[in-house]
Design a protein. Structure first.
Length: 271
């Protein structure tokens, strides 16, 4: 199994506060990897280091065999890393389609010369970009909402639009920060179907943060657990839900494993 991503001994220190402490993580091809942990565990900070929002205080990050530690966020997008955010960050005054167009890399390649002299070639290129974005909207189930303002979508659909915008950058790896937050049961089923489609049909690699343990245990091939910035467990869902250190991190010492629901077969349709 080939390695997609590696974080080597990464730490993030803000003043005197260590948010992430010497974490080592690997992500392999053909797996859905989930990063979990109680509130304040350092999950989003870790995501921010992977995507270039923060540069690690120590350690380095390897993506597809290349050290990307010093690359800025936009440079990591160009390398094939895209993400969504814990708090939705759509362009609310743009339409659903425009939110994807603004993320499409070819939309950022136009200049004044191309606009003036592009002619039919420019029109063809623009039409192809729109068609690609419309295909992504179909994937995320928003093809009939392309002309609506993003802010007018229901909350769950805005979450799906954020994933669509991430896909518009043509990523190899998509990082989803709490993609199911605020979604109801039906919407989470749509989300799980979308993630499976992304990995199985579009060949995207998915690393996600999620608090819904039923969802996490059902969709993940492997789970990594952070607590107070430290990695405390790494394994298959069935191992994580029995891990005493993980249970203690979530519930406190002495509690039994009733928090992690064994719903894997139900969510995966018996897989």
């Amino acid at each position: 199994m080939s390695e997609i991503l590696r974080a080597n001994n990464v730490s993030m220190v803000f003043g005197g506060l260590t948010a992430v402490d010497s974490v080592n993580l690997t992500m392999n091809d053909n797996e859905i990897l989930s990063l979990i942990g109680p509130n304040g565990a350092g999950k989003t900070t870790f995501f921010n280091m992977l995507t270039g929002v923060y540069k690690p205080t120590t350690g380095n990050i390897i993506f597809m065999g290349e050290d990307i530690t010093d690359l800025k966020a936009y440079q990591r997008v160009e390398k094939g890393i895209s993400r969504t955010f814990q708090n939705i960050r759509l362009f609310s005054e743009m339409t659903v389609l425009e939110n994807l167009l603004v993320a499409h890399p070819k939309c950022n390649q136009e200049n004044l010369g191309k606009v003036i002299f592009g002619g039919r070639k420019l029109k063809t290129a623009r039409r192809e970009i729109v068609e690609e974005c419309e295909q992504i909207l179909e994937v995320v189930g928003l093809q009939d909402k392309s002309g609506e303002l993003a802010t007018n979508l229901p909350y769950g659909k805005q979450r799906l639009l954020e994933i669509g915008r991430a896909l518009a950058t043509n990523p190899k790896l998509v990082l989803l920060d709490e993609p199911g937050a605020g979604m109801n049961t039906v919407e989470k089923k749509e989300l799980s179907d979308l993630i499976y489609y992304m990995t199985e049909k579009m060949d995207k690699k998915v690393l996600l943060i999620e608090h819904d343990m039923k969802f996490v245990m059902g969709i993940s091939d492997r789970i990594v657990v952070l607590d107070h910035g430290e990695l405390i467990a790494d394994g298959k869902p069935e191992d994580i839900q029995k891990n005493e250190q993980v249970i203690e991190a979530y519930l406190g010492k002495g509690n039994k494993c009733t928090y992690f629901l064994k719903e894997r077969k139900q969510i995966r349709g018996g897989k």
